[in-house]
Design a binder for this molecule. Structure first.
Ligand SMILES: C[S@@+](CC[C@H](N)C(=O)[O-])C[C@H]1O[C@@H](n2cnc3c(N)ncnc32)[C@H](O)[C@@H]1O
Length: 289
């Protein structure tokens, strides 16, 4: 069974009631909530998975999903995720990281301490690699600390691409020629592969933001980038993700959300922190809960 997003599809009839049942199933596993207005998007992907598994109807596919669960669920989730991302996306938050956030964090730590930064969801890797590049280029203290960067996503296909680190021009559009020249090498198809050293410096793992058990493996992050995923969730999943992320942060640690996402509307656990470059959210220092 292939796990490509754009496989060939054959038309099978899927009723509104079946779409609803399916969306409920996907929602419970991922937190992603699709409205009826996304019917075309849903039908296309479902039809592709029905064809890829050789099922002859929605009903047959849905039964398969519930029996041969793990493998097909992985393919299904991979086909429904929206992986849009690029290097130096919302650069003002990267600026805020080196102009304000890290200086505040290290003011409470010894030189040589480990700083943990999490990019979740990291999609195909552009975000954690951007964090690493930005730090090397813009944070004078970079060599004084042991910096660990972890990139996590629910989508295993995106994670494989992240580990490979090969990008086309669109992903690199915000990077200067100088940076591309110093950190990437040209590979076939006009693409660019990020340096092996950088690839090895980031740990890529699968994690589901709304799976509390899954999230319990991750602790003690100083800074979390959780950008452009909460927009796909409904209020209940957003709240659950926020609570899970809170537990993954050290007291005093910060979280950056996407520009159209706001923690204030989701959870009272975080304090709003306004810096010259960005508004971010902080787990209160006094709270060691
Ligand atoms: C639009 S991308 C955002 C990537 C990056 N953070 C950025 O802002 O450019 C959204 C990502 O969220 C991931 N995702 C969706 N549901 C998730 C969940 N429950 N847990 C972890 N990642 C999830 C998708 O696989 C996709 O890669």
């Amino acid at each position: 069974m292939d796990d490509s997003k754009g496989g060939s599809s054959r038309a099978v009839h899927i009723s509104s009631e079946q779409v609803q049942r399916f969306c409920e199933f996907l929602y419970r596993r991922t937190g992603m909530s699709f409205a009826e207005s996304k019917r075309y998007f849903i039908d296309r992907r479902l039809e592709d998975r029905i064809a890829a598994t050789g099922s002859s109807s929605f009903q047959e596919y849905f039964s398969l999903l519930r029996t041969d669960a793990d493998q097909e669920i992985e393919h299904l989730i991979n086909s429904f995720t929206v992986n849009e991302t690029y290097f130096y996306r919302e650069e003002h938050q990267l600026r805020c990281m080196t102009a304000s956030l890290l200086d505040d964090i290290v003011s409470r730590r010894e030189p040589g301490a480990t700083l943990r930064i999490w990019s979740i969801p990291c999609s195909t890797g552009e975000e954690p690699y951007s964090i690493a590049l930005w730090l090397m280029e813009n944070w004078p203290q970079v060599d004084n600390y042991n910096i660990e960067i972890v990139g996590s996503d629910i989508d295993t296909r995106a994670l494989r691409a992240a580990a490979e680190g090969i990008y086309g021009d669109r992903a690199l559009m915000r990077l200067s020629r100088d940076i591309i020249g110093r950190y990437f090498t040209s590979v076939t198809g006009g693409n660019h592969q990020i340096d092996e050293g950088l690839r090895n410096s980031i740990e890529f793992t699968q994690a589901n933001l709304i799976d509390t058990k899954d999230m319990m493996q991750y602790r003690d992050f100083d800074l979390i980038f959780c950008r452009n995923v909460l927009i796909y969730f409904d209020d209940a999943s957003r709240r659950l993700a926020a609570e899970n992320l809170y537990d993954c942060l050290r007291p005093g640690g910060y979280i950056c959300l996407g520009h159209s996402e706001s923690m204030s509307r989701i959870s009272p656990l975080f304090r709003v922190s306004r810096f010259p470059d960005a508004i971010v959210y902080q787990r209160p220092e006094a709270d060691h809960g």
